[in-house]
Design a binder for this molecule. Sequence first.
Ligand code: Z5A
Length: 212
Amino acid sequence: MSGKFIVIEGLEGAGKTTAINTVANILKQNHITDLVYTREPGGTPIAEALRNLIKNGLEDEPLTPKAELLMFYAARIQLIENVIKPALARDQWVIGDRHDLSTQAYQGAGRQLDSQFMTILRENVLQDFRPDLTLYLDISPELGLKRARTRGELDRIELESLTFFERIRNKYRELAQHDSSIITIDASQTLEQVTLTIEQTIKTWLDYNANT
Ligand code: Z5A
């Protein structure tokens, strides 16, 4: 099989880190060993600098929602052109911690940015570049934030209200329902159950792709 781009998505505390390791293990068991890991925002020097700005802000200057959106796309296109596309061209497999679905959910629904503006920006920046598969880890904001808080201090986005995260979750679910390349995983289950579900999902997907 040629290189593929698999993305893990979900609210904070959904268990993306564990899911990434599970996906990598299954791929390796299937002799797909040349893996590249990405995270968004980030993954190149410029994108990492943008990540720091997005997460922590700078001095007291308010970051406007539109500026935040543009920074996510600036970071994303640096990553796509300089890391993801070259890796796929070398037939490596890329496992991404978040991608554009996050922007649709967080900036589109969370920040409630104009959908026409978002579509135009996405089409112009990404053109037809899309992940081959996205695993969306579905969890309530209450449970996700509870898990995330065990790790310590919250960043600028994590300090948003519960209704902000509820809008994001609803958007994720809506987008997943209408896109067959997005598979929803119930992330409220125990770690063992989530791991098992992801293993089965990836195996089925690999079998399907090997036979088409
Ligand atoms: N953002 C955006 O707004 N727009 C965009 O376009 C993009 C991103 C790309 C990135 O922050 C922020 O940017 C994020 C979205 C926004 N902001 N928020 N809020 P980040 O990269 O620093 O954080 P994150 O992506 O949200 O990752 P995370 O907080 O590390 O979440 P996670 O990776 O899903 O969580 P985890 O570390 O795997 O799990 C959390 C804890 O729960 C950990 O102790 C686990 O052991 C535990 N856990 C995991 N699964 C389970 C189960 N099943 N049961 C019990 N305990 C579990």
